[in-house]
Design a protein around this ligand. Sequence first.
Ligand code: GAL
Ligand code: ZN
Length: 708
Amino acid sequence: MAFTPLFGHQMLYGADYNPEQWLDMPEVLDADVKMMQQARCNIMSVGIFSWAKLEPEEGVFDFSWLDATLDRLNAHGIKVFLATPSGARPAWLAQKYPEVLRVNEQGQRALFGGRHNHCMTSPVYREKVKIINQKLAERYGKHPAVIGWHLSNEYGGSCHCPLCQEKFRQYLKDKYQTLENLNARWWNTFWSHTITDWSQIHSPSLLGEKAVHALNLDWQRFTSDNALDFCKWERDCVKAITPDLPVTANFMEFFLDYDYFQWAKELDFISWDSYPQWHVFKDPDYIASYTAMNHDLMRSLKGGQPWVLMESTPSCTNWRELSTLKRPGMNTLASLQAVAHGADSVQFFQWRKSRGSSEKFHGAIIDHVGHLDTRVGREACDLGLKLSKLGEICGSEVKAEVALVFDTQNRWAIDDAQGPRNKGMNYLEHCLDYYRAFYKCGIAVDVIDETCDLSKYKVVVAPLTYMLREGYAERVKNFVAQGGTYVSTCWSGIVDDTDLCFLGGFPGPLREVMGIWEEEIDSLEDGIEVYAKMEPKGAELCFNSVEPSDIFKGHELCGLVHPDADTEVLVSYDVDQPQSYSPIFYAGMPVLTRHAYGQGKAYYVASRMDRAFYDNLVQLLIADHELHNGCGQKAYRLAEGLSVTARLSDNYRYVFIGNYASYEQSLGLNFAYEDMLNEDEQGNKQAVSGAITLKPFEMRVLRRPINS
Ligand code: GAL
Ligand code: ZN
C-alpha cells in the first residue's frame, strides 16, 4: 500500500532562500522569483538564519521583509517551508544573556559567533525562541504559501554548562533511581570510581572522566534526548498555533551526535541534507552505494514514509579540502537517486550565492553572474522539467525484503569501548560492505536500528552488533524462529545497554540462535589479510565464476569461534602463510557458519571479508529467498556503476536505472515499460523494452503496470 503524498502529487523542487541578504537590491528579489518560475521551482525554505533581521533589538520585531517575501513567492506559485530561526542567534541576545552560549567539555564558554552553538537547556534561550516562533506562527500560520515548518537548522552538538550538568544528573536520577544502581551498572568499583553523591557526576571530559564507557554512553543519550527536548519545545511552540502544519528538522549524513530513530517519532516528516563526494573515488559504486544507504536510512526512520531532500548542492560545496564540481549530468542523477530511494522532493542549498562571508563560493542555482544561463542553471532548469513529469510518483513506496541493522547507540558504544581496534572499528564501513552487495543486485534494503520491527523482512543483516539493546535479542530469536534469515558477524552480542559484558560466552543472548561461541577476536594490521577456504558445504557460495577451490580474504577483525554440534561450517580460516610474522594460528576455525533455528537460519561471519565474499553470500541469499531487484525479477549482480531501484504505487512500478560511471553502459530489460521522462512524437510516454543505453551519469525513469 502506497503512502498519502505529503504535499500532493507534485515533486517539490527548490532551495534554501535568503532574500534578507539582498533587501537593498530589490531588482535582485524580483529577478529571483521570475527565475524560480523559469526553473520550475515550487518550494523555498525561508528564514533559516534570519533572527537578527526579524528581531533587530530585543522585543522589537520587523516582519515587513518576510511579509513581502512570502507574498511575492506566493504570487509566483511558490510554496514555503518556514524556518524557526534558532540555528543562529542575534548578537544582542548573546551579549545580554551569556547563558545562551555553549560551554565546551573543558568548561570554556563560547564567544558570540558562528551558528549552531547555543545551550539547549538555557531557559532564557528557550524563552526567546518561544517568543519568535510564536510570532512567526501567528503571523504566517495561515499564509497560503506556507506548507510546513523547518525547525531550526541541523540540530547538533552538546553543551557542558552548569545548567546542562544539573539536567544530566537529573536524567541519571530518573534512569537509575539510586546511586547503588548507577554504580553497579557503570561498574564503578573499578579504579575507585564509586560515586557517593549525585553532585560528583560530571559530563565526560578529557580534564576529568572519559574512561567510564557507561557514563559516556549515558551522556550521548542525554545530549540526544536533551536536544530532542529542545526540538520538541520549538515544535510545540508552533504547533500550539498551527496544529495542522507538518514539521521537520533537517538531518545530516550518518550523523553521530543524535539517535535519529528517537527523533523521527517526534517529527511529521523526515528531511535531510545530502552532500556526497561525487567524482573523487575511482570506484563509481562506492559513493553511489554510500549515499543510497544514507537515503534508505532516512526512509526507514519513519517506516518507509516518503521524505524530503532538504539540501544538496547543484554544483560544489566550499567546505571540503577540494570543491570538485559535479560533472554534467551528475546533479540530475544525484537528485533522481534521492527520488529513487523514496524522496518526494529535490532541494538545494542554495538558491543564490551570498555576496560575502563564509559561503559566498558554495554552489547555488544562481551564481554571482545573476542569471540562469550557466551550465549549472541550465541543468537546474532541465531537472525542474524532469521533476515536473514525476508528480504521480509522490507517495509511492520502496518495498524492501531485506533490512540492514545500523544502530546509532551501538555505534556510540562500539567506537568508545577500548578493545580490538582503537584506531577505529569501521562500523559504518562494515555495514556498507553488506549494503553494497545487495545494492549491486538492485535489491531494496531498509536501514533500521535495534528497536525496529524485524518481522516484515525475509533477511536481516546485522554486522558488529556489539551492544544488544533491551529486547533486541528476543526479536531476533522470534524473527529466525518464524523463518527469517539473520546474518551476524564477529564482535556481536558482547555487552548490554550499559556496556556490561555478557557472562557465559559471546554472543550472549544470541548464542543459542547463532549456534556458535566466540572465544576471542584478533585484530590485524591494515593491509594484512587472512585467507579463508570453502569447506564442502561452501560450494553453495560458488557464484560469479568463483570455484570451490578459490579462497576468500578477511581483514581487520577475525573472530575465533566454536560451532555448536548442529552448526554447519561453510568457510574456514586457511592454513598459515609461510613465514608470516603473525601466524594465523586459528587455521581451520570457522569463518562462515549457518545454524538452523526454528523455521529460519542464522549465518555468522567471523571476519570483515572481501567484496567477492559478500557478493557471493548475497547470491546465496537470493537463491534461498527469491530476492527481487527493482525491475521485479530475480536479482542478479549488475555491472560496475549501474543501479536499479523501484518505487511502487497502487498501480505502477516505477523503475530507476542509473549509470554512475563516466562511460556509456547498457542494460537489458525483461519487461515492456513507458519512459517517464521522454515522449514520442504524439506526446505520449515513449515505449521502452529490450536493451537500453545510458549515457555517463544518466538516470532513466520507467514505469509499468504493477501486475504486468
Ligand atoms: C548545511 C547547512 C547549510 C549550509 C550547507 C553548506 O550543513 O545546513 O546552511 O551551510 O551545509 O553545504
Ligand atoms: Zn548548557
